[in-house]
Design a protein around this ligand. Sequence first.
Ligand SMILES: Cc1ncc(COP(=O)(O)O)c(C=O)c1O
Length: 226
Amino acid sequence: MQHSYHGDTFGAMSVGARGVFNAAYGSLLFDVTSIPFPASGRERATLDALESACRNENPAAFIVEPLVLGAGGMLMYPAWVLREMKRICEASDVLFIADEVMTGWGRTGTIFACEQANVVPDIACYSKGLTGGALPLAVTLCRAEIFDAHYSKDRTRTFLHSSSYTANPVACAAAKANLDLWKDQECHRRIAAVATMQEQAIEAFRVDPRFDCGAAIRMEVQRQSG
Ligand SMILES: Cc1ncc(COP(=O)(O)O)c(C=O)c1O
């Protein structure tokens, strides 16, 4: 999706927005099809573009930051759009990859942003809040068929890539401790309390003509689109 950020490996740069951060690697990145960001009032154009790409370009997968594009400028879009994107991918047999590196672990109010759209991704990427931000760790989860397709005693069919500290036990212990916190109802009560407090506090600003966040986002999207 336009304005996305997915990381700094060649694959991640290829599927993210092209710009000053990756211009030096431009010739090495592979081609992808981008769909426009679903700015308020222009959601249908995004869904049509996804439908057309799925129908005409035989993509392997669709990758998206659910509900909030972080590095792209905290651009937000509603849960129904995410749900529709998943429906389109499913109908076309295109894998749906949710990059929840930024949105995961409560950043949007639910543990995962996809929950708000009732979407179960085929592949999901988590990091940052996975350890409560205390230690570096990332995980990629996928449906069993995808896992099995990369799991074989035949080394030519196995996904062998990893890095020096993969599954580092100290980082995994931090993630496990974080998961325990999430199981505690107190954590969910506090999220609900903060959400209510913010809803109430924001009321005072709603009457201010400068409050139109939608307009601010539209202006930012227009600015970035040139
Ligand atoms: C949505 C998203 N995906 C991927 C990444 C990259 O993660 P990493 O630095 O662990 O490769 C980031 C980092 O900010 C991110 O916000």
